[in-house]
Unconditional design. Sequence first.
Length: 359
Amino acid sequence: MLAVGVGAFFATWAVVLTLIRLAPRIGLLDRPNERSLHTRVTPRGGGLGFVILVGIMLGAFLVWMNVVQPDVSRWNISSVLGAYLGPALFVAAVSLRDDFKSLSPGLRFICQLGAALIVVLGVDWFRQVAIPGLGIIDLGWFGSVLTVVWIVGMTNVYNFMDGIDGIAGVQGAIAGLAWALAGAWLQSPVLALLGLMLAGGCAGFLMHNWPPARIFMGDVGSAFLGFSFAVVPLIALRFLSESSLPMVAGSLPLFALLSVWPFVGDGIYTFLRRLLRREKVWRPHRSHLYQRLVQSGWSHARVSSLYALWCLASAQIGLFWLKSTINSPTAFAFMLASLAGMVVLSIGRERKHGGGKLA
C-alpha cells in the first residue's frame, strides 16, 4: 500500500511537469480577472495529473479484479469502484472542457447531478447519521436526497476553494491520508488504497503548485477531488454493511465532513454571509475567508500553511471520532470553534490592514 502512495506521488509529479510545458501550447492558461488573487498568466489544468493517475491505477485494479480468479466478492468490489470511477472521470472531463472554455453553470450542474445520481444508485447513500444528543438517526429514503446534495455541494465547494497556490493540494493530501488511515483501521484495503492514491497524487501535484505556483489545479482537478472526497465515505459504507462494524456507519458522515472541514466550513460561512447581504451567490467573488486573508496582506504560502494546520487538526479529530475516542458534541464544538477562530482572524486582519494588495 505504501508503494501505491509513493508511486502516485512520483507519477503525478512527472505528469504535471509535462503539463507545465504543454499547457501554454494548447491554450490551457489562467489569465487574471476580477476574482483572481494572482497577477500573472499561469498554466492550469495540473489536476489532470492525478486524475489520469487515479484513472489508470483504479482501471488496472478493476481489470485485475475481473481477470485474476474473479468471484462474487471481487465482482462486488469492482462494480462499486466502477460506479465511482466512471462518474468521477465524467465530472473531470466536463470540468476540463470548462478550463478551456467556460461552460454555463446550469450545464455543469446538470452533469454533476447526473454523476451524483449514478453514484447513489451504484455505490450507496447515507442511511444513518450520528447527531449530538439524539444518537444514531435513520434517514430512510431522505438519505439518498441528502447524499446527492452532499456530492454536488462538495464538488462545487472544492472548486470554489481552489483560489490560491497550494491550498487545494494540501487539503487533498491530508484528506486522502486521513481516509487511508481510516481504511486501515476499518480493515478495508480498498478504502486505504484509494485514500493513498488521492493523497500521493495531491502531494505530487503540490510540488509544482506550492507558492509560487508553476501551474494551477484547474477545475478538472478541484471538481474531481471534491467529487471523490464526497464519494469515498459511500464506498466505505457499501463494504461496512457486510462487515462486523455496522455501528461505524452512523459515524462516517461526520468523519467525511471533518476530513474536509476547512473547505466546507469556509464555504458554508461565505455562502450564508453573501446570502444575508443579498448578493448573487452564484456569481464569482473574492470573499472566502482564505481570500480575505490574502487581500489583507498575507502571502499565499502563509494562508495555505494555516489551512494545512487546520486540515491536520480537523482530520485528527475526525479519526478520534471514528474510533469513538471522543463524542460527537466534542467534534461539533471543534468544528464551530475552529471556524469561528478563522472568522475572527480574517475580520481582525481586514480591520487592521484595510484589504491589502493582491499577492
